[in-house]
Every structure is written in structure tokens, then in C-alpha cells.
Design a protein. Sequence first.
Lengths: 644, 294
Amino acid sequence: MFFLNLSAAEVLALLSGASALVVALYLFDRARRTVRVATLRFWVEARQPVQAHRRTRIQQPWSLLLQWMGIALLLLAIGQLQFGPRAGAPFDHVLILDTSSWMAARPPGTGGGQLIDQVREQARAYVRALPRHDRVMLVRADALATPATAFESSRARIEAAIAQSAAGVTALNLPQALEFGRQAQRMAGGRAGEIVFIGAGRMPASARAAGGDPAPPNLRFIRVADRIENAGLRRIELKRSPSAPDTWEIYVSARNYGVRPRTTPLTLRFGGAPVGSRQLTLPPGAEGEVSFTLRTAAAGVLEARLVHRDGFPLDDRVTLELPAQRRLRVAVYTADPASLRPLLEADPRLAATFRRPDQYEPQPEAEVLILDGFRPQAPPARDAIWINPPGGGPLALRQRVENARLIRWNSEHPLGAGLRSKDWTLASAAVLVAGPEDIRVAETEAGPVIVARAATPRAVVLGFDPARSPLRFELATPLLFANAFRWLAPGIFRREEVSGGSVGTVRMAVDRATPPEAVRVAHEDGATLPFTLQNGVLTFFSGTRGTVSVSTGDREVTYSLTLPEVGDARWEPPPGVRRGVPPAAAPMAAASDLWPWLALAGGLVLFVEWLLYGRRSAGVRRGMRPVWKPARWLAAWRTRRSES
Amino acid sequence: MATAPLLDRQFLERLERLTIHWHRSFPGLVGGHNRSQFAGGGQEFLDHRHFHYGDDLRAVNWRAYMRLEKLFLKMFQVEPRVPVRLLLDVSASMEAPRPDKFWYARRLAAALCYVGLVRLDTMVLQPFADGLGERFLCGGGRHRFSPAVAYLTALQARGRTGFLHSVRDFLSRYSQRGLLIVISDFLDEDGCEKALQYLADFGHELVLVQLWAEEDRNPPWAGELDLVDAETGQQLRLQVDDAARREYTQAFDTYAASLQRLAERAGGRYLGVAADSPLEEVMFGGLSRARVVA
């Protein structure tokens, strides 16, 4: 007989406490009451001598006994009282199924079946071998440990959960799953049974190195055979070439997970057309990398494929969407296009059109205007770079200076980033009047000569002409224009990278100075993902396939997480761990549940007590009058019937 | 409970078909709806009497004079306006042991008041405990009902019951006889029979409505009790059992029967009402059967 894992003496002590409570409540219920009545005149006529009762006397022992019995029975029912030998008490087992991506592998000689089929079969065999009353919690383990059932004794529900288990897309994190199983058994409060892991035990080396607590002593390992030769893509990364922005530099890495060396062709297709092919030789357990170059400014789908057959085809192919190379249209209004042409045609991301000043339009088909040496009647409706405008252009002109030296650059602003030249001497320059909201980019002793205005539309005003002076041979001149274009159109010049990898945990190196508020990690459906930023490494987790975009200021990396995460290390259980499916438990005299009958009996006893010592109204609650209510109800019903 | 409306609209619509009736003949001005045996300025011929000096010459039967050479005066039946007075018990016992008895009493008074207002009767709501409280007079139609409801809602039960003192006040304050509906639990330690007899002897037509809570008539308590009188605060310690409760109920019923005999002997009517019975059943059942309303 068990009662919440208490001994018989503890049960008796608990029952005694409950009995004492019932008796105390009974005596309290029967104690002298003060009742406020409308009059005493009829009581005086019916007055009876006060009897010298002792307060503690039990006046209605049967009522008390019935209440006590009812409560005792309900208490035992709540405790799920059972009768039977102690050895027949049920165990709580945790059944951990390996549902990592590797379980989708197809071992040879199985007719196309997957490893997860073997896992399910072994799980069913284990459950059938358990005693009938044992409870089982089913846990699906990949990168996360997800319980599929609570501790469940219904074999039908457990087998339904087993049948619904399928291979995921992430790698196994077994230490986490074992820890989860240990905690689940601890919190259940029952007799802890086994923690059973069924799977191949293949997981990332990082997860195995992280380790955690040692294997629990009640661990059982049921391995499924996974002698499968597999080589698959691990990662593909694309960056725009720093020297040629319309060229992608592509790096593809693959790994041989098998035990035999493998040589396999790796092909690259863009928009369905082959754009490259390499022969990749991979020793057992090693990783290889090849690089390609793809010159295109157009958007399209890039596919990398390992052309071979193995037992795990899911990691043989990866596709990425490449964005188009956007170009910034610049309308240049100048009387001397030859001076600016070399400056603007050096960068393929710029598409400059040169026009005469008399062809000026405030809203041309361009994102940025360059107004060289003239001031239009109508101000431009686009962002603009003003070069030596008469009268200061959009700003007021303070004075003109000659042979002025630049004494300060605003290096903290993107417009002055990287500009530190102090040997610039301006033959002739206009000193501008900058407002409090304006940005002073470069200054002489007489005042600012390069001023930017952040109000829409943006404007950068140069008080001198760098293209028609010796300054055009200075390195700072193209850098100044590059900064200006980057500030006016940041989206065009953002560094774009595309990376293809596997779902799960992704780590990305970022600038250490990047503040967390400048980082945004968003899934393709628009949902933002949580991330950590520590020591220049940004880490986030994606448990589903899809595209994740990470933007960090002027850099945007698009992760196409379509490859399954495959473990590259094999977990080996420590010695002493039980293995395999145990033999079926011999039928033993299991403890039988008594609580339904106890609950029924307790309710019945309390109902009988309520009938005999009715407590329907507030007044009766205070009394002790035994009322046979059915007879009263029958009489009332007969009276009403006769009246009607 | 005090914030709930006394009577809902559907119930008021049903009350409009009722009329308060009295059986005695009272003198009064024309305009009522119950006939009186007293002659007056009505339309229906009642009788002849000898002419006396000062009588209205328009009522002289000139045909009889021509034939008999004696002056006879024609008398007509009158339907006088008689004020309907509601004496409402507001003593503390009306809220013991539960407050719903007093709430019920106010609802009953409101219902009778509405019936009277609809028939253009003049209604006087007169609360009393150990003396008369401030009355509320209304008449002239149903649109005067809202102030009456506000008045009844604001009433509070407090004080001892003093029927004799209250009746003396009443008789000195109201000289005109009429229908008098007393809504009370009639639980006066000094007894109320004598006071009620005074009212009857004065000429009022009595309608006694005795209200009781279920605990007033069938006390459910048992065991050792400290009983506290809600009005006087007196305490009585009793050991109550079935026999004591039976005797209590018997004493209560005896008292109720004595009230009924008193009312009937005085030409009035009596109605005992349990506070948990539906008010609609009382208005359309008990009071109709007692011919207080019809």
C-alpha cells in the first residue's frame, strides 16, 4: 500500500491529523451560537431549561463519524492508494528519441527506409518490454529537447507520439536532452526508472565538447546502426569583390562524414546555367573548400551541388538568392564634364549622366545631383552635392579666402571618415555659414569650407572646386566624394554578403565596436530573432529552414539556412551504461488502483451525511437537526400537485 | 439589495389592472370608485328625507310637493374620495434575522401605492416604529410614483415597535376615517391587539398584512443558542430542540390567528405573508382573495 510514497506510519499520522481537524471543526460547528431574532416573545413561551452541556461533548456521533469516514476515504483517494507489493510500484521512464537531421539518412539495404524508422521501431520494442503500469515520458531530441508526452501510462498514447516523431533539421544535443530527462524524473516525484536514448548519437563536436554532467547512472543506450557513407556541403559564402563590386567571390566547403575517401564533382549554377565546376577530393572525416568567381550584377538563384549519390542527399545541394547590384544614378550639371568624369566613372556602382547647367531640372531621374559651379533658380528636390556654388548655394557665404589651409576634418562623422589630410592648401575657397543643425566636415581658420545639411533633401556643399585644382591628385579627393555618396545613399554602398549554411546556431564575426542596438537579426517572415553579441561574435539560433538577414550598420549578411545540421562527431556512452532493448518484464503482481472506489465511497458517505444531517440553508448549517429531506421534498411535491 | 429597483416595469404593467377596494362607507368628496352609504352629490338616487332649513333647494322633489304639499329632499349616492393610508413598520425587527423582510415590506407598500395612484387615489405612506415617522403623501396619477419609490427606498429600519404609542399619534393626526393597510410583523413586546382595536373602533377599515421571515415562524437553529432581540438587545440562552421549535411555531401561529380574528371582528381583513413568497403571488393571489385589491 502506497500513499504519495509515504510509509504506513506516515499515512496514519496524516490521517490522525485530518481526523483531529474534522473533530475540531465538528465541535466548532456545534458550539453555542449567537442568533439575532426579531422577537423573544415566542421563545419565552417555548422556553426550555438550559442544559449544562460540556462543550466538548459529541452530541451527534454518527454525523461526526460519517464526516470523518468521508474525508478519510477522499484523502486516501487523492493519494492514489494502491494495494500490492512494493516491487509492483510503477517506474517513471524517460524515452529520448533522436530526431536530429541525421535520422533522415537512408542506410543501405533498408529499401529506402530512414534511420528514424529504426528509432521508432526500437522505441516501440522498449515500451512493449516495460511492465504495464510503468509510465513513460517521450522526449524528441535534436538541438532542443522537446517533450512529446507527460509521464504517461497509456501505451496507445505513447505509441501515437512515437509514430508522430520525425527527423528534424538540426543536430543532436544529447547532453541537454539527458539533463532534461534527469530533471523530469526528479520533478515527477515517482520512482525514477531509466533514461533511455535511442538513436545514432551523432552530434556536433562543439556540443560534445560542452559536455555537461556525466551520463546519468540510469541511462540505457539503444543504438541504431548508421554505417552510412555521406559527404555533404557544409557552407557556402559569397562576398562582393572589393576590387570589382559586380563580381561575387564564392567559397564552398564540404565534408566527408564517411570512413572512405571520396572524390566528387562540385558544380555551380546561376539561373539554371552552369557557371563553374570543380573536382573535390575529401579524405575521411575531413573538410575541403573550393572557390569560384561569378561576375554578375543581376539577381538570380545560385545553386551548388555535389554530384554523387550517398545515404543522406539532403546536404548535397544548396541554393541561394543573389541580390542585384544596385547602381546610384547621379545627374551632373557642369560646364566642364571632363574634370569630374574620372572621379565618377571609377566606381561601377555609380551611373553618372552629364548635362549642361541650362538643362537643369529640379527633379531629374536620378537619386543624387551634382551642381558644379552654378546656383539654379529652383532648388533641387533630390539630394545634392554643391561644388563651389556662387553665393554659397543653399548656405550663406561668409567670405572668400585665398591660400587657406585646412586645419580640421570631422573624422567622427561618416562624411569625414578616414580623412586626415592637413596639408591641403586651398587657392581660393568660400567660407560658409553653418547653422547649428549643419555638419561641419572640413574647416579652415576662417571657418568651414565643407558643410553638410541633413535635412531632406540632403545637401553637401563644397566651398572650393577639388577637381579643377591640384587637389584632384590628392587621395583624399575621391575619398571625400565616396564618403559623400555613401552618406547620401547608404543602401547602395552597403556591404552585401550572402552565406549558405545549416540551421541551428549561427556565429558571425562583427566589428567589436558595433553596438547591440545597431544589430538587427530578422527571419524572412519579418520576425526578429534574439541574438547575443559578445567579444565581437554575434550568435543567434534558427530552428527552421529559411533566410535570416543580419544587418550591422553598413554591412548586411543574408544567411540562407537551408542545409540540415549534421553532427560530425559520434557520442560514445561511458562503460557501464546498459545497452539494447531489455527483455520483456515478467508479469508480476502489480499494485491495483483503489482510488476510484475510494473516491466513490467517500462521496457517497458525505452525501448520506448531508441527507441525514442536512445543511441546505444557513440556519440549518448551524444546527444539528437530522432531516430526512427526501420525505420532506416528497410531501412538498404532493402539496403543490394537489394545489395545482 | 437597497440599490436594486423595488419593482420592475413588467410587474408595474400588470399592477395597472388592479384597484384598491374598501368595504365600509366613508364620507368624502366625490371622485372615488367605491360607493358609500352616505348621501352626497352623486348621480344615483338613494332616498328621500324631509327638507330642513338650509338644504339645497335644487334637491327638493317638486313633484312630491305639488302632490303632497310637503317638502322632500332627494338624496343621492356618493362615491367619495377616501385616502388610503399605509402604515409601514420600520422597527428593527423588520430586519431580523435577515434584511429581506423589510425589503419585502417596502416592495409591497410600493406595489399598493402604485395601484392606488393608477386609480387616482390619494395614498399616504406612514412609517412607524415606536411612534409615527414622517409621512409621504402622493396622489394624482402614476407619474407621482417615482418620488414614492425614492421615499420607500430611503427608509431604514431602526428602533423598537410601539404600536400603542403610534396608534395614538395616528388617531390624533388623522381625523378622517378611511382604509388603513398595516404592513408589519406585529412583533411588539407589549402586544398590538389593543392598539389595533383602537383603530377599528375609531372607524378605520383595517387591512392587516403580517410579514414574517421563514426563521420568524420556523426557526432552523438548534442546540445551545444565545438569542438576541433585534429591538431591545435582550439576550436569552436556550437549549433548542425539536420540541422547543414546535412549541415556538405553535405560539407564532396562535398569535397570527389572534390577529386574524381581531381584523375580521372589526370588519377588516388579514393576510399573512412569508417574505420569501413571490410578491406577484401576494398581489394577485392573497390580497385579491382577501378582496383588498381586485
